[in-house]
Design a protein around this ligand. Structure first.
Ligand code: ZN
Length: 42
């Protein structure tokens, strides 16, 4: 049986296409842009 937690840990992290920061998988992603870059106030 496959270890599900290890499976997700081995997945490559998403990176923001603008600043290169890792994207929080739990947050809603707008394409490949992190919260900071997708924030309208910025
Ligand atoms: Zn960013």
């Amino acid at each position: 049986m496959m270890n599900v937690i290890e499976f997700f840990r081995n997945l490559p992290k998403k990176q923001c296409s603008t600043c290169g920061h890792a994207i929080n998988e739990q947050a809603d992603c707008y394409g490949n842009i992190c919260d900071d870059c997708s924030h309208p106030a910025h």
